[in-house]
Design a protein around this ligand. Structure first.
Ligand SMILES: Nc1ncnc2c1ncn2[C@@H]1O[C@H](COP(=O)(O)OP(=O)(O)OP(=O)(O)O)[C@@H](O)[C@H]1O
Ligand SMILES: [Mg+2]
Length: 443
């Protein structure tokens, strides 16, 4: 390991020499400057970990050295040396971001101690930044793939509102990436240091969901053997993600509305209120507006949740993203499996483009992962993808394919059966080769 580099700055040459000798004995690499101006020049040229500078110097003083260090070497920590008389300026310097100060005269051991503390702080900070970057790669916007205008528009909107505290309602079919967007909203917001608390509102009995959300006092009901803080409280300072909000029972709808209005919760069995502060993101794959019209979802709650509605497009509405997503999932699967997989055969690629993907990105992800396991060559073949998919699941009425889609699907199937032989396919289909070519030119 290379020794930490320390820049010592003082008009007093004897002081510099003394510190240099001591710090080198302690195993540090020492650079020196006989004044503020010289220090600024060193900072422009040399990387340093710590700056140990006198505060009051002729011409260019310690505060200017501090500013130069922040500008040129933002990772460096600055320690000031000061006579008692200039303590006020030293405190001012701390306010400007200096790490610590030593009051002259000080023992050499004190200097070592302060330097080691500053180095630890620097290491911790770097480690934190590294972890944060890793987490952001894992949960942030970078994970959301999509180059089609439909997806780009969504990403732009989501990025723009991440910083605000306004409630976001994510709408979209199952598997379109609602949870992914919810996480990205959290990691892209000022609340990223706080918790991200996902709650599924589906299929949980009303009373259980209530105590989960609100928490309860000990003995509030049978089985409440301990006091428990609820999920509203757990999300304090962070983001609460209410998933499948369309399934929320009417009783809880009223209570949720009250929490959003009062920004406070009353745990079950308690008389006191607890203040809560969270950013709300909710999601549903149901048509919330029609649930409101049918009287199954409170209108007032709907407007509270849907301050910023974001609709995630179904995969078939952004089919041009399929190749990008498929290659990404394939690459990831290959890495996990330790297999060499370079791509898809043309038939497999064409089939993926035409498949309606009722389960959206999740379905594509699963299909590619399964195919990666089955694949024997370096290219994924159609048979690997379709292994256990036929017959295609019946499409919900809203997803009924158009006649044109059906025709293309049928042509594709025939082409597969004849292994891409257009002449043979044309015969089966009862059209001329030329007609067939025209119909498949965008396959
Ligand atoms: N734009 C995208 N880029 C990359 N991966 C995506 C994208 N959208 C979704 N995925 C992946 O697809 C899968 C499903 O996404 P997610 O769980 O966010 O969907 P959802 O909308 O919450 O679905 P559901 O309504 O069923 O809960 C996840 O594994 C996710 O990583
Ligand atoms: Mg989900």
């Amino acid at each position: 390991m290379t020794p930490p580099r320390i820049l010592v700055v003082d008009n007093d040459r004897q002081m510099v020499a003394l510190l240099r000798r001591h710090l080198e004995r302690e195993g540090f690499a020492v650079l020196e400057a006989a004044g503020g101006q010289a220090a600024v020049e060193v900072l422009q040229q040399e990387d340093v970990d710590i700056v140990l500078t006198d505060l009051v110097m002729d011409e260019v003083g310690g505060l200017e050295v501090l500013a130069a260090a922040q500008r040129e070497r933002p990772g460096a920590r600055v320690l000031l040396m000061t006579a008692f008389a200039s303590l006020e300026t030293a405190i001012e310097a701390l306010r400007h971001g200096a790490y610590d100060y030593l009051t002259k005269p000080f023992k050499l051991a004190e200097a070592t101690l302060a330097i080691r503390r500053a180095l630890d702080d620097r290491r911790l900070r770097q480690e934190n930044e590294r972890l944060r970057a890793a987490v952001e790669r894992q949960y942030g916007f970078e994970r959301l793939l999509g180059e089609t205008p439909a997806m780009q528009a969504v990403l732009e909107k989501v990025r723009a509102v991440a910083e605000s505290d306004a409630p976001v309602l994510l709408l979209g079919e199952s598997g379109t990436g609602k949870e992914l967007v919810a996480q990205a909203l959290h990691w892209g917001s000022a609340r990223r240091a706080g918790p991200f608390v996902p709650v599924s509102c589906a299929a949980v009995p009303e009373s259980l969901l209530e105590s989960e959300l609100f928490g309860h006092e000990k003995g509030a009901f049978t089985g409440a053997d301990r006091k428990r803080a609820g999920l509203f409280a757990a999300a304090h300072g962070g983001t609460l993600f209410l998933d499948e909000i369309g399934d929320l029972q009417p009783g809880i709808q009223v209570k949720l509305l009250r929490v959003l209005q009062d920004r406070a919760v009353r745990p079950v069995g308690s008389t006191g209120e607890v203040r809560v502060d969270f950013r709300l993101v909710s999601a549903t794959n149901r048509d919330l507006a029609s649930l409101v019209r049918e009287g199954k979802f409170r209108e007032d709650l709907y407007y509270r949740l849907a301050v910023i509605p974001v609709r995630l497009p179904a995969l078939r509405e952004r089919a041009a993203d399929i190749p990008l997503l498929a290659s990404h999932f394939l690459e990831r699967a290959a890495r996990r499996l330790g297999k060499r997989l370079t791509g898809f055969t043309p038939e497999a690629a064409a089939w993926m483009l035409g498949h309606p993907w009722p389960g959206n990105v999740r379905e594509l992800e699963n299909a590619v992962e399964r195919a990666a396991v089955l694949a024997r060559g370096t290219d994924v073949m159609l048979a690997d993808l379709r292994s256990d998919m036929d017959p295609a699941p019946p499409a919900p009425s809203a997803l009924r394919p158009s006649l044109e889609d059906l025709e293309l699907q049928y042509i594709r199937r025939v082409l597969e059966e004849v292994r891409g032989d257009k002449r043979a396919a044309a015969k089966v289909l009862g059209v001329s080769v030329r007609t067939l070519q025209r119909k498949v030119k965008d396959l």
